[in-house]
Design a protein around this ligand. Structure first.
Ligand SMILES: N[C@@H](CCC(=O)N[C@@H](CS)C(=O)NCC(=O)O)C(=O)O
Length: 230
């Protein structure tokens, strides 16, 4: 049995972590049975981040490495029809979503004073007292450091929103008029849904969400993914 270690649901989504939502969506797309283990304990995560899995005693961390592992082990064919050009496009789109757009979201959720209270409430209130008072400032300090190290945290909110809008425009251009990113459902859709749902389907009025709502095909895409896989 695959045991999926991830954060508990928050913000009205199955997961407020784009990477956790990506992996759980992928497991559903691949039709693999799994068991959720909700945790906030990063100290027990093999690489200090979530998600990670235990696959019948084999621990694997990092959503992309987990997908590679499960694809090999269970013969998942989601991406097997893709040609070299599509694989290259999928890789670049995934990097845009996970290595750039992701940090823009993290900035607004964790760093921007205007939206931090909503994040604190959504993520930490289930902890109960006294953890819900002690943990948030520590967790926030770590995230602020990461966003700054990633580079995004050095820009103004307006610049970050403009950069995120460029990412969203590029992703919408990849989608075009197709129902899924590359036509038929592929692993790229799991990544796209994990990241986009965390912007579009979370009812907090972040500047990045306002920017995303300018892209009706991405909004419809999120709804489609939710209906088909959730
Ligand atoms: N490359 C990793 C990224 C995972 C990641 O960044 N997870 C975040 C949640 S979205 C995390 O655990 N952050 C906690 C921390 O860094 O303290 C993957 O694909 O799984």
């Amino acid at each position: 049995m695959i045991r999926l270690f991830q954060f508990p649901p928050a913000f009205g989504l199955p997961n407020a972590s784009g990477f956790c939502l990506k992996l759980e969506t992928w497991l559903r797309m691949a039709g693999l049975p799994y068991q959720n283990v909700y945790t906030m304990n990063l100290a027990r995560a093999p690489k200090g981040k979530l998600p990670h899995i235990d696959d019948d005693g084999t621990p694997v961390a990092d959503s992309a490495l987990i997908i590679d592992h499960l694809t090999r082990r269970y013969g998942v064919t989601l991406d097997s029809h893709l040609n070299d050009g599509q694989r290259a496009l999928a890789l670049m789109a995934r990097r845009t979503l996970e290595e750039h757009l992701y940090w823009c979201v993290v900035y607004f959720r964790w760093v921007d004073e205007r939206y931090w209270p909503a994040t604190r409430e959504a993520v930490f209130s289930p902890l109960g007292a006294p953890a819900c008072w002690i943990v948030p400032p520590l967790a926030r300090r770590g995230m602020v450091g990461q966003v700054r190290s990633a580079g995004i945290g050095r820009h103004t909110p307006d610049d970050i929103t403009a950069m995120a809008r460029d990412d969203l425009a590029a992703i919408e251009a990849v989608l075009g008029d197709k129902p899924f990113m590359l036509g038929e459902p592929t692993s790229l859709d799991a990544s796209a849904y994990g990241m986009l749902a965390n912007i579009i389907l979370v009812d907090v009025d972040l500047p990045i969400r306002r920017a995303a709502l300018e892209f009706p095909r991405l909004v419809a895409y999120c709804e489609r993914m939710r209906q088909v896989y959730w």
